[in-house]
Design a protein around this ligand. Structure first.
Ligand code: MLT
Length: 263
C-alpha cells in the first residue's frame, strides 16, 4: 500500500486521486464538524464550494429538511443557520437534517477529491476508523490536508502524521515521499503533546481571536468519534459501522423535494 500525502488540498487533480482511498483532513474544523454532525444523526452533509451552489441546492429542498452551515474567516456566513463549529451540530439541532456545508478550504478540498475510488473525511476525532477503513480497502492511500488558503496547516499535517504512524505501525518505510516524511516526522516530534502543539498553530490563534477557542479542545480528542463520513452520490453519509455485513453505504431515505408553489 503506497501512501501519498498532499499538504494542501486546493491544487489536487482527478489524476492525483483516481483509484486511491482518499482521506480529506481538515481538523479545524470542517472534518471535525462533518464527523460530529453525522455522529449526531444528521441525514447527510452536502459539501459545496461556494455560496451560489449552496443557494441552488437549498432552493430545491423542503425547507424543513435541511440546514445551511459554513464559515468565512471562521465566522458563520450571514443568513446561514449554523457556522462551522462542531459544537453547534448537536443532536437536537441536526438529527434527521441534511446539512449543506460551505467552508473556506475543507469543503472545496473534498470536492477536489471526488474522483477517488473511496473518499472519506478524517480528523483526530475519527482517526482510528479512518485507518481501519484504509487497511480494509487495501488500496493506495492519499492523505489530503485541506490546509488554509494554499498554505500548510500544522494541525492537518499532524493528523496525517498520526494516521501514517498507525498505518506504518510506527516504522517509517525506506522509500517514502518528502511530504509523507514531513508529516510522519512532525507527528514523531509533536505527537506526544498534540494539544500543546495545536494551541500554538496559526489556525488556533485565528479561532481564539474570534472567541472560538473551545473548538480546539473539542477537535483534538483523538478517536473520540468512531464514525466514518464517506462520500457517495455528492453527499457525505455514515459508512456502515464495523461488523455490518452490507458492503454498501448507509443510504439516507430520499429527501422530500420542495413542491413547486401553486401558481
Ligand atoms: C476551513 O474549511 O478552512 C476551516 O474549516 C475553516 C474554519 O472552520 O475555521
Amino acid at each position: 500500500m503506497k501512501i501519498e500525502v498532499f499538504l494542501t488540498g486546493q491544487t489536487l487533480t482527478d489524476e492525483d486521486v483516481r483509484g486511491y482511498t482518499v482521506v480529506v483532513i481538515d481538523v479545524l474544523r470542517t472534518s471535525s464538524t462533518i464527523a460530529t454532525a453525522l455522529s449526531n444523526g444528521a441525514r447527510a452533509v452536502v459539501p459545496v464550494a461556494d455560496m451560489a451552489e449552496a443557494g441552488k441546492i437549498a432552493a430545491n429542498l423542503d425547507q424543513a429538511s435541511f440546514l445551511m452551515g459554513g464559515e468565512r474567516g471562521g465566522k458563520k456566513i450571514e443568513g446561514y443557520h449554523l457556522g462551522n463549529s462542531p459544537l453547534e451540530y448537536d443532536r437536537a439541532t441536526v438529527e434527521g437534517k441534511t446539512i449543506i456545508l460551505n467552508t473556506t478550504n475543507g469543503t472545496s478540498a473534498i470536492l477536489h477529491a471526488r474522483e477517488a475510488e473511496h473518499l472519506v473525511v478524517g480528523s483526530f476525532l475519527n482517526a482510528g476508523r479512518v485507518v481501519d477503513f484504509a487497511r480494509e480497502k487495501g488500496r493506495d492511500v492519499a492523505l489530503v490536508c485541506a490546509g488554509w488558503r494554499n498554505r500548510i496547516s500544522l494541525e492537518d499535517t499532524l493528523c496525517a502524521g498520526l494516521m501514517l504512524h498507525r498505518l506504518w505501525e510506527g516504522r517509517e518505510p525506506a522509500a517514502v515521499s518528502d511530504s509523507a516524511h514531513i508529516a510522519f516526522t512532525l507527528f514523531r516530534n509533536d505527537g506526544g503533546n498534540l494539544h500543546e502543539a495545536i494551541e500554538h498553530c496559526n489556525h488556533a490563534q485565528r479561532l481564539s481571536e474570534i472567541g472560538l477557542h473551545a473548538d480546539l479542545n473539542y477537535c483534538t480528542r483523538v478517536d473520540a468519534l468512531p464514525v466514518l463520513p464517506c462520500f457517495d452520490d455528492s453527499r457525505l453519509v455514515l459508512y456502515p459501522p464495523p461488523g455490518e455485513d452490507r458492503p454498501g453505504l448507509t443510504r439516507p431515505a430520499p429527501v422530500e423535494r420542495a413542491t413547486p408553489n401553486a401558481a
